[in-house]
Design a binder for this molecule. Structure first.
Ligand SMILES: [Zn+2]
Ligand SMILES: [Zn+2]
Length: 336
């Protein structure tokens, strides 16, 4: 089959032939339909020590292609959203139908071959059957939707509260969408790239400002008379947590979704004096996957506005390289 593989840090990905995966006992092979390019893939390809030959891609939908011995409850051709991890199939969680909590999971798209390829091998515990009405394209955005939804749950957002969202990359945009959906009174997005500010307005922001020119807090105060109850940090570079703490109103919450891998510093007394809660968000729960799928399927939320480009696998290396530099692309979808 065709796969798009990682060669070396900073080098372009390469489309090549690799052996088709085979479904062993208890395993399933799926045929990829749509796969989103994620910022963490760009980051990994640039900076981290992925082994050469790694096939990335973890935001994807597929159809069941082959069932290994002993697999029940699935049929070849079933449309599925794939949770990007291979559960071990043996631990207590896996045996009691809670494979998403598996403690010996393997990450698809990093440790195990991912969906920048025609087929992927996994186990049935990580497959969620798509509800009627959900397109494969929308299903490929379920994973980032869940990242934002989990952040929203961590924020304990109440109807009528106000938010600042820092960063309008895909996760910031999705978080904006959820905050709006959950009844935020006002959502102001802070983002330096003009194209992404425009996208934020499409995804439900009341205002989107360039933090180099305007304070998002001042903008929010103009609208509601007070600072944000919740600040969502969706950037993940050194200094942004400190900035988020400065933005939050007295007694407000900061939810950190951006994944910064470097040491960072903040000034505790700023958070202390105003009793700002700082919470980190990373998990994903089965009910969050089900919620995101159901709401996308019935059209009550939509990620379509943020999908700016669709490419075939042969165009993927070029699209991937282009995403490493600021441009008008947002979510780029690999489609088969
Ligand atoms: Zn991702
Ligand atoms: Zn397990």
């Amino acid at each position: 089959m065709k796969a798009c593989v990682f060669k070396a840090p900073g080098a372009p990905l390469e489309v090549t032939e690799v052996p088709d995966p085979k479904a062993g006992p208890g395993e399933v092979v799926v045929r990829v339909k749509d796969c989103g390019i994620c910022g963490s893939d760009l980051h990994a390809a640039q900076w981290s020590v992925l082994p050469a030959g790694t096939v990335m891609g973890h935001e994807f939908s597929a159809v069941v292609d082959e069932l290994g011995p002993g697999v029940t409850g699935l049929q070849v051709g079933d449309p599925v959203m794939v949770v990007p991890m291979i559960p071990c199939g043996e631990c207590d969680f896996c045996r009691t139908g809670q494979a998403l909590l598996c403690s010996h999971r393997t990450g698809i798209g990093f440790e195990a071959p991912g969906a920048y390829a025609e087929k992927v091998r996994t186990r049935p515990g990580a497959l969620l059957k798509m509800p009627p009405g959900l397109s494969h394209r929308a299903a490929a955005t379920v994973e980032p939707c869940v990242v934002g939804l989990h952040g929203l749950h961590r924020a304990l957002l109440q109807v009528g509260e106000t938010c600042v969202v820092m960063g309008a990359g895909p996760i910031g945009l999705i978080t904006t969408m959820w905050a709006r959906f959950a009844g935020a009174r006002a959502v102001v997005v802070s983002e330096m790239a003009e194209g992404r500010r425009a996208m934020a307005l499409k995804m439900g922001a009341d205002a989107a400002v360039n933090p180099r020119e305007h304070s998002p807090v001042k903008e929010l105060v103009k609208m509601t008379g007070e600072g944000p109850d919740v600040v969502f940090e969706c950037i993940g570079v050194p200094g942004t947590i400190d900035e988020a703490i400065r933005y939050a109103r007295k007694g407000g919450r900061v939810v950190v979704i951006g994944a910064c891998g470097e040491p960072d510093k903040f000034t505790p007394i700023r958070a202390l004096q105003r009793e700002v809660d700082v919470r980190f968000s990373n998990g994903a729960e089965l009910r969050e996957f089900q919620t995101a799928m159901a709401l996308l399927a019935c059209g009550r939320i939509s990620t379509e506005p943020m999908i700016t480009h669709t490419v075939g696998i042969d165009e993927l290396p070029r699209a991937f390289a282009a995403l490493s530099h600021p441009n008008d692309q947002c979510k780029v979808m690999l489609e088969f």
